[in-house]
Design a protein around this ligand. Structure first.
Ligand SMILES: Cc1cc2nc3c(=O)[nH]c(=O)nc-3n(C[C@H](O)[C@H](O)[C@H](O)COP(=O)(O)OP(=O)(O)OC[C@H]3O[C@@H](n4cnc5c(N)ncnc54)[C@H](O)[C@@H]3O)c2cc1C
Length: 378
C-alpha cells in the first residue's frame, strides 16, 4: 500500500487528522481495526463536553474557543446536528477553588464570556442542582456538547468526500516499533499513529512509559416523567471536581449523563464494555446529593470506555525517535474530543512539516503537575 499519508486509528484524533491531510490534497489512507464510530474507542457515546475551562492554561483555552468555531462551521457545512450550546457550569467547592479562580482570570484575560454565580443564584438559575456545599459556580455560556458518535461519522464522511480512503486492518509494530500491516512495513511520507489507548501497547518503549489507561463508567438516568427540567434547553453540562464528577443534560432523549469518575482498570480488547455494578450505587448517591430531582429515576443507558492519562495531561504530538516518518498523536487525558478540529489540523501541519510541534506535546521530559497547574484540574 502506498499513500502519501497513512493515518492509523479512526477515532476523533485520526478522523480529524485524515480530513485535514486530505483537504491539503494529500493522498491519505485511514486504517482502523474496526469500523470508525465503534464502541470500544474513546470517541464513542452520544456526547462529549466542549468547554474552554482549563485553569490557567491559555493554550488549550484558545484551542477550545477555536474548536467551537470549527464545530459550528462543520455543522453548517454538513447540516448534521453536531453541537448543542447548553453552556457549562463548574461547581467550585469551598476551600478547593484554585483551579476555578485561575480559569476566571484566564477568561478575563482572553475575553471568554463567563458569569460567576453565588449558590443562591445557582439555585434560582439552575434549580436542578443542590448547591449547598458550593462556594460559587463558574458558568461558561458559549460551551456545550458535541454529539460524539455523530461527529466521528460526519468527519469520516467529509474525509471520503475529500478523496480519502478508509480501510480495515490491524497495524502492529516490529521490535524497532516500526508500523507494519499484514507483516509488511507501512510505506508513506508520513504515518500518523492515532490509536488512542492502544498506542502504549503498540509503542511499549516510546509511549507506554507516559500513558496510563483508565476505565470510566458512565450512566444515563431517565428525566422525570413529563418534565423538561433536565433537558439541554434548560440545564448546562457541569463539572463537580469536589465530588469527582461531571455530567451532561439529556439530549435527543438520552437521559442525564452523570459520571462519577472512579478510576477503573480495563483490558482494551478482552473486557466486555459493561459498566461495573458498584458505579450504580455511587451514581445514585451522587444524584441524591447534587441532583435531588432525579432521585428514584431509573438508569436507562450506560457506557464503559477508557481514557489515557499522560503525567501532565498534555497531548502527545511527536515524531518517533527512530522512525522519522512516524508521528505519534494522542494522549487524550480526557479532553481531546472537543479540541478535535484544531488538533487534527495541527497534527496534519506537523506531519507535513509546515511547522514543528509544541514543546508541551513532546514525549520527553514529562512530569506530573499539581491540580492547580494542570490544564484539566486533575
Ligand atoms: C467517559 C468519557 C468521557 C469523556 N468526556 C470528554 C469530554 O467531555 N470532552 C472531551 O473533549 N473529551 C472527553 N473524553 C475524552 C475523549 O473522548 C478522548 O480524548 C478522545 O475520544 C480520544 O480520541 P482518540 O482518537 O485519540 O482515541 P480513540 O477514539 O480511542 O480512537 C483510537 C482508534 O484507533 C483504533 N486502533 C487502535 N489500535 C489500532 C491498530 N493497531 N490498528 C488500527 N487501528 C487501531 C481503534 O480501533 C480506535 O478506533 C472522554 C472520554 C471518556 C472515556
Amino acid at each position: 500500500m502506498r499513500s502519501e499519508a497513512i493515518v492509523v486509528g479512526g477515532g476523533i484524533a485520526g478522523a480529524m487528522t485524515a480530513l485535514a491531510l486530505a483537504r491539503r490534497n494529500i493522498k491519505t489512507t485511514l486504517v482502523d481495526r474496526w469500523e470508525p464510530g465503534h464502541s470500544r474507542a474513546s470517541s464513542t457515546d452520544y456526547n462529549r463536553v466542549i468547554r474552554s475551562i482549563h485553569g490557567r492554561d491559555e493554550f488549550y483555552t484558545r484551542w477550545a474557543r477555536e474548536s467551537r468555531e470549527r464545530w459550528l462551521e462543520m455543522q453548517a457545512e454538513t447540516g448534521q446536528r453536531l453541537y448543542y450550546e447548553c453552556g457549562a457550569l463548574v461547581l467550585a467547592t469551598a476551600g478547593h477553588c484554585d483551579w476555578e479562580d485561575a480559569t476566571a482570570e484566564t477568561f478575563q484575560k482572553l475575553g471568554v464570556p463567563f458569569h460567576r454565580f453565588s449558590p443562591n443564584e445557582i439555585a434560582v438559575r439552575f434549580p436542578q442542582f443542590d448547591p449547598h456545599d458550593i462556594s460559587y459556580g463558574l458558568y461558561e455560556p458559549e460551551a456545550g456538547m458535541i454529539m460524539a458518535h455523530r461527529a466521528v461519522i460526519t468527519t469520516i464522511d467529509l474525509f471520503k468526500k475529500a478523496g480519502g480512503t478508509v480501510i480495515r486492518g490491524r497495524v502492529e509494530t516490529d521490535r524497532t516499533e516500526r508500523p507494519m500491516l499484514e507483516g509488511k512495513p507501512l510505506e508513506a511520507d508520513v504515518i500518523v499513529i492515532t490509536t488512542g489507548a492502544w498506542m502504549g501497547d503498540m509503542f511499549p518503549r516510546t509511549v507506554k512509559p507516559i500513558s496510563s489507561v483508565v476505565g470510566v463508567n458512565v450512566l444515563y438516568t431517565s428525566t422525570p416523567d413529563g418534565s423538561t427540567a433536565f433537558d439541554q434547553e434548560n440545564m448546562p453540562c457541569w463539572i463537580d471536581h469536589g465530588q469527582g464528577s461531571f455530567g451532561l443534560p439529556s439530549t435527543e432523549g438520552s437521559g442525564v449523563k452523570a459520571a462519577v469518575v472512579i478510576p477503573d482498570t480495563i483490558d482494551l480488547d478482552q473486557d466486555e464494555r459493561l459498566i461495573r455494578r458498584q458505579t450504580l450505587n455511587r451514581t445514585r448517591s451522587y444524584i441524591k446529593k447534587r441532583l435531588p430531582g432525579l432521585v428514584g429515576e431509573k438508569v436507562v443507558d450506560s457506557k464503559f470506555n477508557q481514557i489515557v492519562l499522560t503525567p501532565d495531561t498534555h497531548f502527545i504530538v511527536d515524531r518517533h525517535p527512530e522512525h522519522e516518518n512516524v508521528l505519534l498523536a494522542g494522549g487524550c487525558s480526557g479532553h481531546l474530543f472537543k479540541h478535535g478540529p484544531v488538533f487534527g489540523d495541527f497534527v496534519a501541519g506537523v506531519g507535513v512539516k509546515d511547522f514543528g510541534t509544541a514543546d508541551r506535546f513532546r514525549i520527553a521530559g514529562r512530569k506530573k503537575l499539581s491540580p492547580k497547574e494542570s490544564p484539566s484540574g486533575r
